[in-house]
Design a protein around this ligand. Sequence first.
Ligand SMILES: [Fe+2]
Length: 300
Amino acid sequence: MSSRGRIVRGVLAPHPPHLVYAENPPQNEPRAECGWEELRWGYERLRHRLEGEEVDVLVVHSPHWKTSVAHHVLAVPHFESLSVDPIFPNLFRFHYSLDVDTELAGAILEEGQAAGLAMKSMENPDFRVDYGTITSCHLTRPAWDLPIVALSSNMAATYFSDEVAMEQQLALGRATARAVEATGRRAVLLASCSLSHRHFTEEPEIPEDMAFEHIYHHGQYLWDMRVLEHMRRGRTRELLADLPDFIEQSVSEVREGSLTWLLGALDLPDYPATVHAYGTVIGTGNAIVEWNPADREVRA
Ligand SMILES: [Fe+2]
C-alpha cells in the first residue's frame, strides 16, 4: 500500500471567489453572466490534465485560514455549512459539504511535529471552512468526489521575518510529502494563493464587466512575469530567493506560505512547470500552474 503513495501533481490554484461566481455552480447563490474566462478556462485545462489520473485526495494550503499559533490541520471527517466571502458577500454564498481524509491529516500532523513544527489538529465540528480552501478545491474538482486535507497559514514566524516563515513552510511541505508517501495516498496538492496582490478599492456596478478588469500597476505585472518565468524554467531556488522581495514589493499573497509549502512538498522542482493561465481579478495577479513530479524522473 505504502509503495504507491505519491504526489500526483502540485498546483498553484488561486482562490478568487469571482471565478466560482462566474461558473454558476448550483452550490453558489449569486448568478453571473460570465467573466474572467482566461482563468476559468485555465482551470478547465488543469481539470482535463487530471482526468486520466487516479487521485485519492486533495491537500490544500489556504491563506484565508490564518492561525497565529501553530500549523492547523482539519481533522473532522465531515464539514457542511454556508461559506460567505467577507469582502464579496454579493458574489460568494457557497453551500459546501466536504469530507476530510483524517488518516492523512493525522499523518501530516505527526510528521510535522517530528520535524519540530508547532502543529495542531482542528477538531471543532462547527468550524467554518475558509473560502480559500473551498474555492481552490471546487475549481480543481467541482464534483467534490474526493476527500480533502486542509492546512492553515501559520503566520507566527512572519512577525519575525518572511525568510524564517518560508523555512517553516518548506519543512511543512516536506512533512506533507512524507505523510502522503507513508499513508499510500495519491495526492494532488493545491497552493491556494494569488501572486501580486494590489487590488481595486471600488467594485464596478456589474462585477463581471471585464472592461474594468486589468493589472493595477505595471511593476506588479513585471513581478508576476518574473516569478512565472522562474516556474516555467524550473528555477525554484531562484524563485525562493526572489520571494521576500516579491512579497514586499507586490503585497503578494505568497507571504502566507502556500506556495513555499508546495515547493517544499515537491522537493524544490528543477523541472519546468506548466502555466495554464494568467489573469487578474480586481487587479490582483493570478496564475494556474501545474508541476508534474514525473517530469523529474523523465529528466533524470
Ligand atoms: Fe485571497
